[in-house]
Design a protein around this ligand. Structure first.
Ligand SMILES: *Cc1c(COP(=O)(O)O)cnc(C)c1O
Length: 429
């Protein structure tokens, strides 16, 4: 038994992996990471893998970035964590101020949590209570999109569309108004009509700006989002933008809302917020929403919600340094240049393969949809082949996801695309 097999056996015996059938975990040749360097993961046998999914879409500048490592160390000298319930922490104040300077939200106020789903839960509860606080009755429902994914807690699962095993929880999901998915060209005109028709019963609309990630990188037209934002304003319905996946430069601007001319009342952040270092998410509320929660001490206007580790100081320190580095290194310029290059490579080397149905890309958020026969599991098999050749990929069904770090280089992109091409050819021959 090699080191790998030994660790996989220990792993499978005790660790329950998310979104993973544990009965076949070991057979699917999992990578067991021991350490990482830059854009590469190194397993327990010393094999290296190019991390082309950014550790499930969270890593932005790579692993073991000296400045980010140092930010964690420096904060450790002060305090790892102190509660934000009724008390403050200096580095969290600094982070909230830095975020306020860059988020596309008017007069922003930041409520921190730890995972993207929690940021969504907070946004839903804030939107709901906002109308109660203002004495408005009946605005209790949400409008969400087909193909939406907002996380796995019950509220987030309710506004999310089906799929990914959500069906079993159907009795627990609260009903929502559902606009069509981004793959339907009528989705935005329909959503705009629904907002107008249901204005009096809607608390908020929730949408993933520009790209629905988990739906398989479905991209919507920027003008469609702008029309949706306008419809929400006119109907007085709150707009929640879920930028957990698209935030922090992933689509070529710091936030995808900017490309869609959206200024949400509530903005959900997660994944890239700490550069992939530590679990931190945030719900950013516009001043007008925040103001409806102000009232006498201990009054029912208060937002009675908060997580033990919300606003963790180590996470805040690394998130603050990460924001500075995004700007200092002009990371957005690299995203745009590499995106153009990747678009060309995918057109030349991937799109023409007979097994490929569609190629989609926004910034460095890409999906290659395979046209596999039912049950052939091409997505999984293509990714497994790529992993054997040192490029870590993970599919969404038959869509191979391409989510390299935002600092990916040109040679690395060539390597990812060539490895993917070889894997598609080998599996689908
Ligand atoms: C990943 C994701 C979430 C959930 O975030 P977690 O940190 O996994 O809870 C929510 N919304 C979108 C758009 C996401 O991509």
């Amino acid at each position: 038994m090699g080191e790998h097999d030994r660790w996989v056996a220990r792993d499978a015996a005790r660790v329950w992996h998310g979104f993973t059938q544990m009965a076949c975990y070991a057979e699917n040749a999992p990578v067991v990471v021991e350490r990482a360097e830059g854009h590469e993961l190194i397993d327990v046998d010393g094999n290296r893998y190019l991390d082309a999914i950014s550790s499930l879409w969270v890593t932005t500048l790579g692993h073991r970035v000296p400045e980010l490592d140092e930010a964690v160390r420096a904060q450790l000298e002060r305090a790892a964590h102190t509660t934000l319930l009724g008390n403050g922490n200096r580095v969290v104040v600094e982070l909230a101020e830095a975020l306020a300077r860059v988020v596309p939200v008017d007069d922003p106020h930041v409520l921190f949590a730890s995972d993207g789903a929690c940021a969504v839960e907070q946004a839903l509860k804030i939107a709901f209570q906002h109308w109660r606080n203002r004495g408005v009755r009946g605005r209790e429902r949400f409008l969400a999109f087909g193909g939406a994914y907002h996380g796995d807690t019950i509220g987030a699962l309710s506004v999310g569309d089906g799929g990914f095993g959500a069906e079993v929880f159907e009795p627990l999901r609260f009903p929502v108004l559902r606009a069509p998915g981004f793959d339907d060209p009528e989705c935005f005109p329909t959503a705009v009509r629904m907002v107008a028709e249901h204005a009096d019963e809607l608390a908020a609309v929730i949408v993933e700006p520009l790209v629905q990630g988990a739906a398989g990188m479905r991209i919507g037209p920027p003008e469609g989002f702008a029309a949706l934002g306008q419809a929400c304003r006119e109907a007085g319905v709150l707009l929640i933008c879920d930028e957990v996946a698209t935030g922090f430069g992933r689509t070529g601007t710091l936030f995808a809302s900017e490309q869609c001319a959206l200024r949400p009342d509530l903005l959900c952040l997660g994944k890239g917020l700490t550069g992939g270092y530590l679990p931190m998410s945030a719900t950013v509320a516009a001043g007008e929403v925040f103001a409806s929660f102000l009232g006498p001490d201990l009054s029912e206007r208060t937002f009675y919600h908060g997580h033990s580790y919300g606003g963790n100081a180590l996470a805040a320190a690394v998130a603050l340094r990460h924001l500075e580095l995004l700007e200092a290194r002009d990371v957005l310029a690299n995203v745009r240049e590499r995106s153009t290059e990747l678009r060309g490579l995918l057109a030349d080397r991937i799109a023409g393969l007979p097994a490929v149905r569609d190629v989609r890309l926004a910034g460095l958020m890409g999906g290659v949809e395979l046209a596999g026969p039912p049950g052939a599991r091409w997505g999984r098999r293509v990714c497994a082949t790529a992993v054997r050749h040192g490029v870590l990929l993970r599919p969404l069904g038959d869509v191979v996801v391409l989510m390299p770090p935002l600092t990916v280089t040109s040679p690395e992109l060539h390597r990812i695309v060539e490895t993917l091409r070889d894997a598609v050819v080998a599996v689908t021959a």
